[in-house]
Design a protein around this ligand. Structure first.
Ligand SMILES: C[S@@+](CC[C@H](N)C(=O)[O-])C[C@H]1O[C@@H](n2cnc3c(N)ncnc32)[C@H](O)[C@@H]1O
Length: 224
């Protein structure tokens, strides 16, 4: 388990801890406390940049708490969660079952780095806190996949801690980056400029950067 690097509140740090399971061992739901802190600031951006209807694919949904909350808040938009981790997919189903009827679909087994995705089209793609806790190849696959399934004008939304201009934006992010790389040399905070270069090579342009709480960024890319 990766501990937060210092005492600066930062949901990015705690996101590395995967999730805590529920108290009942039969309960498949996982709980990531950071989701309750960051979901409203993220939703405020999503309300502006996502379409009002259609289907949005979420890559790396984790516990599914975001997925359920966004599905409820963004109705009638249909929310398609996904995660390659079976325990996460069970958790997403558990949270959905608890909520009753929603526009939240059953989770897909989707590895961003795979050459083929189990979905052919989406009106938007959202990925929260994955690019730093996965190899760079996953970021490459995410952007390539989003470019394949988005229509012109469709949005790829990323959230997480990123470096800007070759530098960390806060000491807590630098410490978090070091802890990630110590846990796995292929992990680590990505450069905003590298992400942008990658997206341009797949026909997406950076249309907005939003400063978010706890030294995170929202990155909004648009399919040309
Ligand atoms: C830190 S968690 C973030 C979960 C959730 N988005 C959140 O913010 O609470 C990272 C998630 O990325 C997923 N993940 C890791 N590698 C992935 C990949 N190659 N493709 C898709 N998801 C991946 C993990 O299974 C995990 O659920």
């Amino acid at each position: 388990m990766i501990e937060p690097p210092n005492d600066v509140p930062g949901d990015a740090a705690r996101q590395a801890d995967s999730s805590d399971s529920g108290p009942d061992s039969d309960d498949p739901r996982l709980f990531a406390p950071a989701t309750e802190r960051n979901r409203q600031p993220i939703l405020d951006v999503l309300l502006r940049v996502l379409p009002n209807s259609g289907l949005v694919l979420e890559v790396a949904s984790g516990s599914g708490e975001h997925a359920l909350w966004f599905a409820q808040a963004l109705h009638p938009l249909v929310w398609q969660p996904s995660d390659p981790d079976p325990a996460s997919r069970r958790s997403i189903k558990g949270h959905a079952a608890d909520a009753g009827p929603t526009t939240l679909k059953a989770p897909l087994n989707l590895d961003a780095g795979a050459p083929d995705w189990p979905i052919a089209q989406a009106d938007g793609v959202v990925c929260i806190n994955m690019t730093h806790i996965a190899p760079w190849q996953s970021a490459e696959g995410l952007v390539a996949g989003a470019a394949r399934i988005l229509p012109p004008g469709g949005v790829l939304y990323l959230y997480g801690p990123y470096r800007r201009g070759g530098r960390h934006t806060a000491p807590s992010n630098a410490a978090f980056d070091a802890s990630l790389r110590a846990a796995n040399p292929d992990w680590g905070l990505r450069d905003l400029e590298a992400m942008t270069e990658l997206t341009v090579s797949h026909g997406l342009v950076l249309s907005e950067v939003v400063d978010m709480p706890a030294n995170n960024l929202s990155l909004v890319f648009t399919r040309t």
